[in-house]
Design a binder for this molecule. Sequence first.
Ligand SMILES: [Ca+2]
Length: 147
Amino acid sequence: MGIETRSFNVVAPPVGGTKLSAGKPATASTEQAPLNGNTFVAGNVTDGSLTTRWATEWADPQWVRIDLGSTQTFHHVQLDWESAYGKAYQIQTSNDGTNWTTVYTTTTGDGNFDDLAITGTGRYVRMYGTARGTTFGYSLFDFGIYS
Ligand SMILES: [Ca+2]
């Protein structure tokens, strides 16, 4: 189980533009079972709270997908990782939820906030993780997609 090590007053680096992902539905490859009254569901990455998080089983690969509701173009992605972060992952877009286009790839992610100045277009946007930074799973407080 990933352990929350940060205080509750962490402030995300400011990002310009509209947060397209705010309140949008999210689904994921796996979700950790609730523990001590906390849930780790995919929707925790779009709920606007930096104290609620999604967390996966401890295996690769894992993904979390946001449905923007219609085709949108974005110019910035901000990932707010819990201590269980993704070291190697891709940001991908899709219009049908089946065929994916990779718009960003890293193999050297170091957790905390990943601010990505990347442009993409699609109804669906996902983080597709292929290598974890720890022995725990993948865990995100927030998946910000900005116009
Ligand atoms: Ca959250």
